[in-house]
Design a protein around this ligand. Structure first.
Ligand code: EPZ
Length: 422
């Protein structure tokens, strides 16, 4: 088993280079299925989730070559199966993107039900509704999503989303790009990765407008071309390092970011007493000399405060100067880390799984903890960096699903963190 051993108390200082966005790279990897021509993808983070997506493309018959750790050359014209059979794919949520991409390109797909972090009920009804609106038959069994677009010709449709869903918005885009006619998604998610997928598809000949607003229009095209595309920087990795600077009272320049994607995070950090300096492609976070200030947070779809930053900000507020409230409005089980955090002396109570009341304490004490999911695991690392004494964190395979070289990047900022095999 691998663990992180952290000796807390160092203020993080220096520059950190942010990797490509995992949640953009995953659907873009699936979207390469939509063209027979060769795609070169740059800035793909080499994390466990993208590695599983690549393996799955290969198992479907695609040719994939790593030109370096973060650059992939992909040709999917040799795909000869529409059933995804990689057992590892069950571990990740993004497996559902194979359903949209295979439906769009080959009019049929069988994909194991998605796994991923256990952060609450994660339905598929919006995906199902989208595919059915385009004319596909959809069956969700105990183990699989089966999509059949052969019986009826697929055609563009107007789809009203009942919930804002990143995954369903992107999946409908993937299914509709090559579908004749006009598809309109009303109530679409506006996250930066939704826009990135649309930009990638448009770059190879697709016709998508309105990505980044709540109404996306897709005009079906007969075929897509090849090309080269660089994935956007990871908003959540950047936010995590910003929070690491704040909680350790450090001074960190977070490089290779799109600062507007970080506005909701920067704004909370200012309320908490940090100084934020933005440049074109970087954000500097200077933590306060004294205690962080308390604040109120509610997670919301973009451009609101991201649910994927909720554990990290909660951990920082555990060291603030009073009582803070954090409301989780996207997922219903995203406070799984709270019992672990209490081992460090954090004074936090969660009501109805949705609201955390946090009374700041002067310091955390190092403890042995288990990472329950990806972002919660990263948050426990931040808590340990700020704590007195030593912490061991296991379950780091979750963290490595989404953060590229997390411990190496933290060490370069002065953190005392080691990855050990125990
Ligand atoms: C994506 O998950 C991300 N995952 C998540 O990142 C992120 O937390 C989430 O979007 C919200 O930003 C990937 O991109 C792979 P949703 P997704 O569909 O697409 C409900 C991380 O840490 N819903 O926007 O699965 C759902 O239950 C991960 O990197 C339905 O009810 O999220 C949730 O309450 C974790 N029916 C809400 O909508 C549906 O058909 C938002 O989910 C779809 C969603």
């Amino acid at each position: 088993m691998k663990i992180y051993r952290i000796n807390g108390g160092e203020s993080l200082k220096g520059h950190v280079y942010i990797s490509g966005a995992k949640n953009a790279a995953l659907p873009i990897l699936a979207a390469t299925i939509l063209t027979d021509e060769t795609i070169t993808l740059e800035n793909v983070p080499k994390v466990n989730d993208t590695i599983i997506m690549v393996e799955t493309l290969e198992k479907l018959g695609a040719q994939v070559e790593y030109l370096d750790d973060n650059t992939l050359k992909i040709n999917t014209s040799t795909i000869n199966k529409y059933a995804v059979e990689n057992p590892s794919i069950k571990k990740i949520r993004a497996s559902y993107y194979f359903a949209g991409a295979l439906l769009g390109r080959y009019h049929q797909a069988r994909v194991p039900l998605p796994g991923g972090c256990n952060i609450g009920g994660r339905g598929l009804d919006m995906h199902e509704k989208g595919f059915e609106s385009l004319g596909a038959d959809v069956k969700i069994t105990e183990s699989e999503i089966i999509v059949d677009g052969e019986s009826w010709p697929l055609s563009g449709a107007r789809i009203y989303m009942d919930k804002v869903s990143v995954g369903a918005t992107i999946n409908i885009m993937l299914a509709a790009v090559l579908t004749p006619g006009k598809t309109i998604i009303e109530g679409a998610a506006k996250e930066p990765h939704v826009v990135d997928v649309a930009n990638f598809i448009n770059g190879i000949g697709g016709h998508i407008t309105g990505a980044g607003t709540d109404k996306i229009r897709i005009n079906g095209v007969p075929a897509l071309k090849g090309g080269t595309y660089a994935v956007i920087p990871d908003q959540i990795e950047a936010g995590t390092f910003m929070m690491a600077a704040a909680i350790t009272h450090g001074d960190v320049v977070v490089d290779n970011v799109i600062p507007t994607h970080l506005d909701s995070i920067s704004s909370k950090l200012k309320e908490m007493g940090c100084r934020i300096e933005e440049s074109d492609e970087s954000v500097r976070v200077i933590g306060p000399q004294g205690q962080l200030r308390r604040t109120q947070v509610k997670t919301l779809p973009y451009p609101g405060f991201p649910t994927d930053m909720q554990p990290q900000i909660s951990v920082a507020l555990g060291l603030a100067d009073g009582c803070s409230t954090v409301v989780e409005s996207i997922f219903d089980n995203r406070f799984m880390y709270v019992n672990e955090l209490k081992k460090m002396g954090c004074n936090i109570v969660v009501d109805e799984c949705t609201t955390a009341y946090i009374e700041g304490v002067d310091y955390y004490q190092g403890a042995n903890m288990t990472s329950p999911d990806l972002r919660a695991g990263a948050a426990l690392v931040l808590a340990a960096l700020a704590a007195k004494g030593q912490s061991d964190i296991d379950g780091i395979e979750y963290i490595e699903r989404g953060y590229e070289n997390f411990d190496t990047k933290l060490r370069a900022l002065g953190a005392n963190i080691e990855k050990l095999e125990v």
